[in-house]
Design a protein around this ligand. Structure first.
Ligand code: APR
Length: 226
């Protein structure tokens, strides 16, 4: 089976009702990113940050995978599909995708502030600031904040290196190191990009542009691939 590697971003979940970050009306228009998504913001106001992620978790609980998530899961019948996502939602998994790597963490998990290896699955529940990990550390969202290292990047690079076909869906490619993953696709592997807007890419990338939203764009992609 050919290896189909799919890099997804916020646009993948837009049709499930999730605002993207940088589009007009996006999340970073309504929130100060450095207040709710940085280690400094957490130190400044843990209550605000905790509330932000508690709200996101409720929203996720009430959302469902869209046709694009479902179609990518079904592609496993024909390809060895590896999804590398910048999204912190679990909609790829709920759609049935079996190989999903989260670059920026997961909303349904928390970790100890004093040991990031202590990670707990909490589902969609609200977390209180008084809650502690087994080592006594305060629980924080299991989210990679701005300025923090991306622990999964090495695994993601290795996945991208082995792609026979590479697909990019719904990301502005504005955030590094995730955006640099496109540089690891081997020469000759076709690249498809599904997005209603062409992202700015600051290196040469030869790709087939599918100028559509995720659900419709993935259908077009499938018609080209199979
Ligand atoms: N289908 C496909 N793509 C869409 C759709 C849709 N229905 N709606 C919007 N898009 C596209 C936009 O055109 C844009 O290119 O999705 C992209 C969203 O870009 P961003 O908002 O920048 O989201 P993303 O690239 O995932 O952000 C990367 O930044 O804020 C951090 O950690 C956060 O993982 C996130 C990272």
């Amino acid at each position: 089976m050919k290896r189909l590697v799919v890099l997804t971003g916020a646009g993948m979940s837009a049709e499930s009702g999730f605002a993207t970050f940088r589009d007009s009306g996006g999340l970073w228009e309504n929130y100060d990113v450095m207040e709710v998504a940085s280690p400094e913001g957490w130190v400044r106001d843990k209550g605000l940050v905790n509330q932000f992620y508690n709200e996101r978790r409720v929203q996720l609980r009430d959302s469902v995978p869209n046709g694009g998530h479902l179609a990518l899961a079904q592609l496993e019948e024909r390809f060895e599909v590896h999804i590398v996502t910048q999204n912190v939602d679990d909609l790829h998994e709920r759609a049935g995708s079996s190989r999903v790597l989260h670059l920026h963490g997961e909303l349904t998990k928390v970790e100890s502030c004093s040991n990031s290896a202590l990670v707990y699955d909490i589902g969609y529940r609200q977390v209180g600031l008084e809650e502690r990990a087994e080592d006594g550390g305060q629980l924080r969202p299991h989210i990679v904040w701005f300025g923090e290292a991306v622990p999964a990047i090495e695994e993601a690079v290795n996945i991208c290196l082995t792609a026979d076909i590479f697909v990019i869906i719904g990301t502005s490619l504005a955030v590094y190191p995730a955006a640099s993953l496109t540089e690891y696709v081997k020469a000759g592997a076709p690249i498809y990009l599904v997005d209603p807007h062409k992202p700015k890419i600051n290196h040469d990338l030869d790709y087939h542009f599918i100028n559509k939203r995720a659900t419709a764009g993935i259908q077009e992609l499938i018609s080209l691939l199979v």
